[in-house]
Design a protein around this ligand. Sequence first.
Ligand SMILES: [Fe+2]
Ligand SMILES: [Fe+2]
Length: 273
Amino acid sequence: MKLLFLGDVVGRSGRTAIQETLPRLREAWKLDFVVVNGENATNGAGLSAEHAKLILAAGADVITLGDHAFDQKDMMSFIEQENRIIRPINYARSAPGKGYRIFDAPGGRKVLVAQVLGQVFMSRPYDDPFSAIETVLKTHRAGGLVQASIIDVHCEATSEKMAMGHWCDGKASLVVGTHTHVATADAQILPGGTAHLSDAGMCGDYNSVIGMDKAEPLRRFVTGMSKGRFQPAKGEATLSGVYVETDDRTGMATRIEMVRQGGTLQQSGPGPV
Ligand SMILES: [Fe+2]
Ligand SMILES: [Fe+2]
């Protein structure tokens, strides 16, 4: 299967790039299944129902969220109506929505998508991510009832993201990090066959501080004082993420490529667009 995962969409710049570029990527790379992290798509904080619809219409099969899952209040009810949105599995017991689901892919194939929050340097003490994912993968191992699986590991520390990759190795097709908004360069297929990238990066304007207009973050770093709210940067976004090919029979990865399309970053992808 040909899978694409794109990291955190930030603000209007990220949404516009998704709308304009994702349909072309789907076509050019003959993608079977696309997952987009949407946790910062609405003004940099959370995802509104309106913007979720827009990302799905542009060609995402599933949207994952993160620690900002419910920053936009209408997501509390919209996530119960729209099955194609996944929040972290260990967010809170009382949270609406689901932390994983199985979706249909072309040719009658099935894809598991799950998201889990890390614990290192995160603002809240979330439940153990490793046992949460273990429970899911015990019953939904890639190459069994599902042909492919994508685990979005949403956390700060690359150590925790690499550890999660190894924890899932041989059981999931792709384990990919989100949340830091800056991609790592360690795309690899682990010994057991799981594709891994510690962080997918963001779909946002990289002439910024992690997607936000530079002025206010710089002021806070330099002076220690804030003057206003963070606002998403408005320049052209780079779509950032990872492309993976998997073997339907085993569920394991056969190819992994970093993806960076548009905007200011060095470009990369599995082929021409
Ligand atoms: Fe996050
Ligand atoms: Fe984010």
